[in-house]
Design a protein around this ligand. Sequence first.
Ligand SMILES: *[C@@H]1O[C@H](CO)[C@@H](O)[C@H](O)[C@H]1NC(C)=O
Ligand SMILES: *[C@@H]1O[C@H](CO)[C@@H](O)[C@H](O)[C@H]1NC(C)=O
Ligand SMILES: *[C@@H]1O[C@H](CO)[C@@H](O)[C@H](O)[C@H]1NC(C)=O
Ligand SMILES: *[C@@H]1O[C@H](CO)[C@@H](O)[C@H](O)[C@H]1NC(C)=O
Length: 577
Amino acid sequence: MHKLVFCFSSFALLAAVMGAFPPPCDSEIYCTGPILHQVQKAKLFDDDKYFVDMKLKAAPGVVSSAFRNLSNQFPNRTVPPAELQEFLSTYFETPGTEFESWTPPDWPDKPTFLGKVADQELRDWAQKLHNLWKSLGRKIRADVRDHPELYSQIYTPHPVIVPGGRFRELYYWDSYWVIKGLLLSEMRDTAYGMIQNFLYLVNRYGFVPNGGRVYYERRSQPPFLTLMVESYYQATKDEDFLRAALPILEKEYRFWMQNRSVAVKVNGEEHVLSWYSVQVGAPRPESYTDDLELAEGLTDDRIEQLWVDMKSGAESGWDFTSRWYLDGGHNNGTLRETRTSQIIPTDLNALLCRNERTLASFHATLGDGDSAELYNQAAEQRRRAIESVLFDAERGAWFDYNLVMQSKNTEFYPSNLAPVWARCYSRPEMAERAVQYLKGSGALQFPNGVPTSLRESGQQWDYPNAWPPLQHMLIDGLSQLPSEEAKQLAFDLAQRWIKTNWLAYAKYDAMFEKYDVNGDGKPGGGGEYEVQLGFGWSNGVALQLLDQYGARLTSESHRVLSGLLLPLVISAVLTLQ
Ligand SMILES: *[C@@H]1O[C@H](CO)[C@@H](O)[C@H](O)[C@H]1NC(C)=O
Ligand SMILES: *[C@@H]1O[C@H](CO)[C@@H](O)[C@H](O)[C@H]1NC(C)=O
Ligand SMILES: *[C@@H]1O[C@H](CO)[C@@H](O)[C@H](O)[C@H]1NC(C)=O
Ligand SMILES: *[C@@H]1O[C@H](CO)[C@@H](O)[C@H](O)[C@H]1NC(C)=O
């Protein structure tokens, strides 16, 4: 794991290229400064996230001053690894000390929806997935609230369900699928607390940060809070909750409109669409050496732009993917050609369209027809923008638009069908046409799910990885369409996904964050870190599919019977006749 890092031998050299953009946060320990720089460059730990999750044993000013004193003892101010280790053990605690163990008190033994799962093996497994919530619960210690300067952890008032593995804090878009799973598991109080945390974060920051750490506090993630509130409201019909949440959801919406939107001109007409654009410099603290190595050999201007685009890629939730590559204006190149902030993404705009309609419906529910009308108009405007800029009538789907070449990226991604999921299109035949696009895309030929792209880039949001939220959005979208063909395809994809998750669970006794579309239960790989176990959104998606299709889904052994044995029996019978 010890790669050499040549560039930026000192923090001063790095600081010299950082002109135009603010750092990821203001902490001189966790987001910028010589301690971060030297510790990460020394590669004392396998994962750069380790150091930035350590708690301070003394005030930041004391730790910085001690480090200055220490580094002054060395001619080039570079502290050798042994002395760095010693410094860390004097001034830092190992990660994880900010939590106390917490078992969700609302966890029931046997939620009702389990009864819908007909297949015995799948029902036993669904019970185990339900049990997993207990191991993913985390409560932040009061000390984080009282001494925030000693932690990278951002204090939030309610306990949470975390994704798992290296992701030991709350994450934004993951939590949408977790919360839907919790609601099926009849854990409304836990779901409520998680939503309250996000509302608290919007009040504090004006948007929801990517995750619950200071080094994430200047970037967001796909904005799913409005849909979390919708899911909770649908489960509880609690109007007081809705009334209290709505102004905060509108505050988040204004952030996406004011800080993440851009005017795009096509055919002489101007449209406003949204993008991921994090105008923040420096390497990501939690992937510090990855970002340094990636920038090696580039000019100072390009380095800053690359780090902006890497953070914008992280904000998209797809970190990282060939979807964000732009080489010479085309969707080509390598990770270094990541140019997220030059691309208008289909899925973000579909999601915002759905949010706008959902905000309209909340206002209507609470009796404010004028506000409902405004949000409906915003949704209609975005729908028109999506159709003018992103829709391709010939191919029958929606494609990301890059502002450099002013052209669409016609490669396959599940996000090309996001407007179907969001129901953000003007004519029903557009969605049915998208089903034909999907069938002709080549993405349905894999036994274990729909891949994230058809390009094997080595990045984790590309072939051969399949991700739970993308499967769910695709299946959910198809299942709502009127045609039998779309509904059948939705079921078929649900069956593939459940089989994949179930086989992996049988083999490894674990749920993974992503799976390999060819693996028959093999976890996914690639990217910046090892595949993680746990895993919040995987469990949430599996539980939802088991709820939706529980009467028909089968585990592999039964499928072998019905899918293999039955045709054999039939053909034997036919042969005999
Ligand atoms: C700093 O000095 C030490 C000891 O002289 C040397 O081993 C190390 O390579 C130097 N580091 C840098 C970044 O110049
Ligand atoms: C650093 O050195 C200065 C001067 O010797 C001293 O006053 C200060 O207490 C030291 N700081 C720490 C944290 O050791
Ligand atoms: C959004 O942009 C405005 C200026 O356009 C700025 O004042 C504000 O701080 C930004 N909000 C956030 C949360 O970054
Ligand atoms: C894409 O990149 C590859 C490898 O760098 C190169 O061979 C190819 O010509 C590029 N294609 C386009 C359209 O730029």
